[in-house]
Design a protein around this ligand. Structure first.
Ligand SMILES: [Zn+2]
Ligand SMILES: [Zn+2]
Length: 255
């Protein structure tokens, strides 16, 4: 059994076939899907899906792309969302210096504020990091938060090791099936510190490149991890699922 720890199934891309997508995941051994919020409305949508489908769980947060549009009282709204039994993490939060859709100063403020909130609530964070390694690491270290994940890991072994020292984990997408440089990271970091995700609807793994991604494809990410680490798929599934349950403790909620 696998968990897709990061999917944007609240996006309109799926609205006309969401049931089919969730069913396909279940039929393919994906027992749980974490539906990731990127702003307040999408976080609310994620919660609605979590309330409707037993296998779906939610996160709430302001993505760096949306940081410039975050309403003043967003932290209060997030804190209210977090009370929900199926709300498993703050996220996704972070810094994206590749697209720079929000001013970097604002990105940093909103990232730091959410890290602080997660720390004070003793709650894990899902972090997006794109060409912003140093500032991401510094933010985590300064906040003292020791539970979370760098999702869609796209950097090098050195950065991965520094992240692991903070207590954070690393999650891989389908990028490991088509970006050669990431293979070393998968090989080098311990199996028990990694998770798998699709980041649907983006980043379809091989052999589905160019098509819309969906949670059932997390199998292909896990298969690539197994191949690179020269272990069985079962071992990868068991370990990544256990890691996800240990990090996102509310994944055991049933209501
Ligand atoms: Zn992201
Ligand atoms: Zn995402």
């Amino acid at each position: 059994m696998l968990i897709d720890t990061h999917a944007h199934i609240s996006y309109k891309d799926y609205s006309d076939r969401i049931e089919e997508v969730i069913q396909a995941a279940e039929d393919n051994g994906v027992e749980k899907i974490i539906s990731i919020g990127v702003d307040l409305p999408s976080s609310e949508e994620c919660l609605k899906l979590a309330e409707k489908y037993p296998s779906v769980f939610a996160t709430c947060g302001i993505h760096p792309h949306e940081a410039g549009k975050a309403p003043k009282r967003y932290l209060y709204e997030l804190e209210a969302f977090i009370q929900h039994p199926k709300m498993v993490a703050v996220g996704e939060i972070g810094l994206d210096y590749h697209y720079d859709f929000s001013d970097r100063k604002i990105q940093r403020r909103v990232y730091h504020e959410q890290l602080e909130m997660a720390t004070s609530l003793d709650f894990p964070a899902v972090v997006h990091c794109r060409e912003s390694d140093d500032d991401i690491l510094e933010g985590i270290q300064n906040s003292g938060l020791n539970q979370g994940v760098i999702h869609c890991f796209a950097s090098n072994v050195g950065f991965a090791q520094k992240i692991l020292e903070t207590g954070f984990h690393i999650s891989f997408t389908g990028m490991i099936t088509f970006i050669k440089e990431l293979e070393d990271v998968v090989k080098e970091i311990p199996l028990d510190r990694m998770m798998v995700e699709t980041d649907s609807p983006y980043l379809s793994p091989k052999p589905f490149r160019g098509k819309q991604n969906q949670p059932k494809n997390v199998l292909h990410v896990a298969e690539k991890v197994a191949e690179l680490k020269e272990i069985s798929l079962e071992e990868v599934a068991e370990s990544t699922t256990e890691t996800a349950h240990n990090l996102f403790t509310k994944l055991t909620s049933t209501s």
